[in-house]
Write a protein that binds this ligand. Structure first.
Ligand SMILES: NC(=O)c1ccc[n+]([C@@H]2O[C@H](COP(=O)([O-])OP(=O)(O)OC[C@H]3O[C@@H](n4cnc5c(N)ncnc54)[C@H](O)[C@@H]3O)[C@@H](O)[C@H]2O)c1
Length: 325
C-alpha cells in the first residue's frame, strides 16, 4: 500500500470482541491503528499486534485525537441488556455521555469520518421481518435506547457540521478471527454459552421458551460472522460521505433457531449438550432477522461466512485456544 492510501484510524473499544477483529482487519489492509480502550470489559491481549494502544476513556478522547487521524471507528460501549435494565444510568453516562465527548473531540480535531457500532436492539420488537432500516425504532431496554440516542446524535452532527458517518446495526455477532474472539463476562450470547457446556464449564444450556410461532418453537436469530462484519466496516469507511448519516443493518438475512444452534454445536464439538427447558424471557421477540439489502447496495458488502457450522467452528477453535493459554 502506498503512503497516500495508508490511513490512520482511532478504534475505540478495540480491546473488545468486535473492535479487536476490526482493528486486526485494518492493520492487515495496511492502515495505522490506535486503540483507545479503558479495559472496562475488554482485554489487553485483544489489542492486535501492530496497533498503538492507549489505555483511556472515550470521555477523554480530546487528549489524543489530532488532525493526523483520518477517521474513528467507535465500538466502545457497555452492551449488557440485563444490566442496562437494572442500572440504566450506567448506560446513559457511558454510551451517550462518552460519545458526546468523542464527537466534540472529533469536531475540535477536524476528524470528520465516523463508523459507529449500532445495534438491532434499536428496533425493539418489530412486527415485520426481515427488518429494514425504515421500520420504526422502539427499543425495549436502556441499552438499545442509549444506542439509538447516539444514532440521533450522529445524525445531528452530520447535518450541522458535515460529519461523514455510517452506523452499522449489527444483529447477532458470532464466530472468531484467529486469536480474536468473544470473551464477555458475564457472557450472555448463545453460541459462547453453548460452547461453555462443551468445555465442561456449565452443565447444560437453558432454552428460554419452546412455544414460539417458529418451526421448532424456539427463538430465531440472525447470526453474522465477526469477520464479515469487519469487512463491512472497511467498506463503510470508503462509503462515508460528508453531511450524510448512512444507517445499514448487518446480518445474513438467514435465521437460525436456538435449537439449530445447539444442534450445530453438538455436531462441531461432539458433545451431547444437555438442554434445560426454561420459561420465555420478557422482551424476546420470536424472530429477529435482518434485511441487509442496503448494506449490499450502498457498501458493496457481501457476507462470505454465513454458514452456521463454520461460524460455530471458528468460535469453538477460539474457545479452545483460550483454554490452552
Ligand atoms: N457483540 C454483539 O453481538 C453486538 C451486537 C450489536 C451491537 N454491538 C455493539 O458493538 C460494540 C462492541 O461490542 P462487543 O461485543 O465487542 O463488546 P465488548 O464489551 O467486547 O467491547 C467493548 C469495548 O469497549 C471498551 N469500553 C467501554 N466503555 C469505554 C469507555 N468509556 N472508554 C473506552 N473504552 C470503553 C471496553 O473495555 C471493551 O473493550 C458495542 O458498541 C456494542 O453495543 C455488539
Amino acid at each position: 500500500m502506498s503512503n497516500a492510501q495508508q490511513k490512520k484510524y482511532l478504534v475505540t473499544g478495540g480491546a473488545g470482541y468486535v473492535g479487536s477483529v476490526v482493528a486486526a482487519h485494518l492493520l492487515e489492509a495496511g492502515h495505522r491503528v490506535t486503540v483507545l480502550d479503558d479495559l472496562s470489559t475488554g482485554h489487553r491481549a485483544g489489542v492486535p499486534e501492530g496497533a498503538e494502544f492507549i489505555e483511556g476513556r472515550i470521555q477523554d478522547a480530546a487528549k489524543w485525537l489530532d488532525p493526523s487521524y483520518d477517521g474513528v471507528l467507535h465500538f466502545a460501549a457497555f452492551s449488557q441488556v440485563g444490566e442496562s435494565v437494572v442500572n440504566p444510568e450506567k448506560y446513559w453516562v457511558n454510551n451517550v455521555g462518552g460519545t458526546t465527548e468523542l464527537l466534540a473531540a472529533m469536531r475540535d480535531a477536524g476528524v470528520r469520518t465516523l463508523v459507529f457500532s449500532s445495534t438491532a436492539a434499536t428496533y425493539g420488537e418489530p412486527d415485520q421481518v426481515p427488518i429494514t432500516e425504515d421500520l420504526p425504532t422502539a427499543p425495549t431496554n436502556p441499552y438499545g435506547a442509549s444506542k439509538l440516542a447516539v444514532d440521533h446524535m450522529i445524525s445531528g452532527e452530520c447535518a450541522a457540521h458535515g460529519l461523514a458517518a455510517v452506523s452499522l446495526r449489527y444483529f447477532n455477532v458470532a464466530g472468531a478471527y484467529g486469536a480474536y474472539g468473544e470473551r464477555h463476562d458475564p457472557e450472555s450470547h448463545l453460541i459462547p454459552l453453548v460452547l461453555q457446556v462443551a468445555q465442561g464449564k456449565r452443565e447444560a444450556i437453558s432454552v428460554f421458551g419452546d412455544d414460539y410461532a417458529t418451526p421448532d418453537g424456539t427463538c430465531v436469530r440472525d447470526y453474522i460472522h465477526v469477520a464479515d462484519l469487519a469487512d463491512a466496516h472497511l467498506l463503510a469507511l470508503g462509503a462515508a460521505s460528508p453531511g450524510e448519516h448512512l444507517i445499514c443493518n448487518l446480518g445474513n438475512g438467514n435465521g437460525f433457531s436456538v435449537r439449530e444452534v445447539i444442534e450445530t454445536v453438538r455436531q462441531v464439538t461432539g458433545h451431547p449438550i444437555p438442554e434445560i427447558a426454561a420459561p420465555r424471557r420478557g422482551g424476546d421477540p420470536a424472530v429477529l432477522v435482518a434485511s441487509a439489502e442496503r448494506a449490499k447496495e450502498r457498501l458493496g458488502w457481501r457476507p462470505t461466512r454465513a454458514d452456521l457450522a463454520g461460524i460455530v467452528a471458528d468460535a469453538w477453535e477460539f474457545a479452545q485456544r483460550r483454554e490452552s493459554q
